[in-house]
Write a protein that binds this ligand. Sequence first.
Ligand code: ARG
Length: 461
Amino acid sequence: QRVSLWGGRFAGGPADALAALSKSTHFDWRLAGQDIAGSKAHAKVLHAAGLLDDTELEGMHAALDRLREDVASGAFVPAEGDEDVHTALERGLIERAGLELGGKLRAGRSRNDQIATLVRMYLRDESRVIVGLVLDVVDALTEQATAAGEAAMPGRTHLQHAQPVLLAHHLLAHAWPLLRDVDRFVDWDVRAARSPYGSGALAGSSLGLDPAAVAAELGFDGPVENSIDGTAARDVVAEFAFVSAMLAVDLSRLAEEVIAWATKEFGFVRLHDSYSTGSSIMPQKKNPDVAELARGKAGRIIGDLTGLLATLKGLPLAYNRDLQEDKEPVFDQVDTLEVLLPAFAGMVATLEFDTDRMAELAPQGFSLATDIAEWLVRQGVPFRVAHEVAGSCVRVCEDRGIELWDLSDEDLADISDHLTPGVREVLSVSGSLASRDAVGGTAPARVAEQLTEAKAKAVEF
Ligand code: ARG
């Protein structure tokens, strides 16, 4: 027997095909805890408005507590005929409180304001879980940066050798975007902390119920300012989806580097056995599956955001049933991130860098050419000329198959009068690194400060 919430006006129940289409318990059941908390808060404002007496409030709360326990233990689950989490829990309440009392709770609220509130509650909780897991990745990066000390690596642009940098500097360049993602979740929460409860179907309630009291009870900073907006808006959900997608993209960019670094050609990093997989046919293989899954899952998480935005774009105010489609995308993001992040943190924490190889490659590909040009500038040579001169050094070396530091004093003098043997002081990785000593630069002293700053930022949250 299918129990609907709108019996009176209808001669019969919905067709099976409609019921099957309409049903959402298979994904919204995870909001049962929030729904019951909302119901308890709602019962309180009904009581405050004189619509439930003391005994009724007590009975309602007792029944809701029992329902919560039965949901937690699995004794109460949605039935075949329950359309959504609200329908199922109303049935459960009536089974426990009786039709007379249980039937009173629905006054002054609608599933429209309920669902909008529950999704916010759920996402606010999960955002805190995700933030904790992101900070574990940040910790893994700062630990690796600490361990890397003053190890150098080839810094790249266009994937080509560009200038030497500290490995720690590069690792921290992945930590900062993740810290900003955490910042974004925290900032998002300010906007998510408004409760739609009390908006009713769209126009608010006539029963003297206090939305601010419900909001406070449910951990919100206050109620929404507008009941139509409260039931119709999903920008808060979409913003969560964006921050999740940005996080996934930031992880994916690091993942891509790990994948490249682990190749024979790069040889920068060895993956720990516990965070890599083998091949069923090639006995020698050690594959970077965690990183590849991170890269792959970023695609799906972006898809969740895109799908949600597409669902929202044509909707008139206020509630439309399309809005039921807001949940699966963000639930998928939450589930995906919560399974991905721990593995990702483990992978990063256990990376073993071949710092000798990285250091050996750091000055190759003429990555010190900029240092020659900047050395010349410090001698008073205009940069345009300095750039030409350094470029000539590279050309000569390339022709002869030698490196910049192999140029003899005569070679240097032949290329330009400005090139005295003093230039050699910057023709080393350590000289180059030390010279980039402004704030944010790769000089070891600056990177040490940056590391302290990143660690301090991570514990702020
Ligand atoms: N299950 C719906 C949702 O997730 C809420 C129900 C609102 N239904 C309605 N007919 N107004 O959005």
